[in-house]
Design a protein around this ligand. Sequence first.
Ligand SMILES: Cc1ncc(COP(=O)(O)O)c(C=O)c1O
Length: 449
Amino acid sequence: MNAPDRAGIRQASEIDMSSWWMPFTANRQFKASPRIISGARGMYYYTPDGREVVDASAGLWCVNAGHARQEIVDAVTAQLGTLDYAPGFNMGHPVAFEFASKLVEVTPPGFDKVFFTNSGSESVDTALKIALAYHRARGEGHRTRLIGRERGYHGVGFGGMAVGGIVSNRRMFANSLIPNCDHLPHTHDLARNAFSRGQPEHGVEFADELERLVALHGGDTIAAVIVEPVAGSAGVLVPPKGYLQRLRSICDKHGILLVFDEVITGFGRLGTPFASQYFGVEPDLFTTAKGITNGVVPLGAVFMKGAIHDALMTGPEPMIELFHGYTYSGHPVACAAGLATLEIYGREKLLTRGAGLEQEWADALHSLRDCPNVVDVRNLGIMGAIELAPKAGGAQPSRAYEAMVGTFEAGVLMRYTGDTLALSPPLILEREHIDRIVETIRKVLAGIA
Ligand SMILES: Cc1ncc(COP(=O)(O)O)c(C=O)c1O
């Protein structure tokens, strides 16, 4: 693929940055020293001055098929010319129905109902609402408690924040979060599990904390437990062996719904289409977004077992079954992008391609274990993380931030969170990209005090 045309592209110094309040960004720090991306193709981003940067984070964990895929461009363009927008409330349009039907061909058996949203945050809030509505419809409206996990990230809606477990996302809104939420402990245990390849050996017992919450509140007050199968945004925290299985069996014992937040792990990130298949643990509902359209048009989706959907299809037929939805639920352009994305995933076998690369990816990442300040290397599927020692007294910016800036300047884009560098390249990656990513990190880490 050729680099994108740079005609007309403005350099960072020519851009007025005063108006856009950037999300999850230290705005003043960024604007004083910006990193601008102006083009993308395949495995690469391009800066306005023409530098090629390997995308080691699939954008924000979403561009699983790589950038600027022509089929998606064509599908979106054609859809815009046919039906640019149509309401989904009391009106239908072919592309949303077609996309829903195609999606449930790639989801695990039994997950044959889908509710469309526009983002991961909306998928999470939607899944929590469906869980509450399901219990109520079955005469168990006393199940109102929602359980998340420390260090979990479930987006920025009030529901997702309340079950989320990242302190900086919660602190400012602490008194306004939805009530009746509790948290399981996180499973990150550096002392016992540092440098684990794949799933760590220790920590299955962290799941037993759910029994403690049941003992405290009564299992029949708990509606749902929501976890990311692999916690992504908190720095790729891989579940210990047996942990998810145990959560599943405790939920079953007490009639609690288990929701997997697969916004990151969905659509091939672990080398299986969905994380539930990687772990062999079936949730009752799962959330998706990001990779569902290869990140190119915002769209999210909640998948559920037929029985959950059917429990709400019981009232009088003229009644709306769930008072919930978004203006853009099932947006035709997003669905067209999703259909083209699914075509690519299917043809190039991207939903399972990671399985063949997982060992190579793990070997390459773990070769960084002796670099300065590295306290952990973690991997699963085509996800990875390198955790660095915090600076004395927790001084900021963290070494991980410095490494993110350094690697970007050296031609590799990755995420950082706290003290951790997080990696999740597009699933089209080849050996040469793995080498380039790892060697760039090695060089940059060598220069960080
Ligand atoms: C597991 C998980 N859930 C929810 C979200 C929120 O998604 P969005 O930013 O699309 O609202 C994210 C975003 O990274 C995520 O990783």
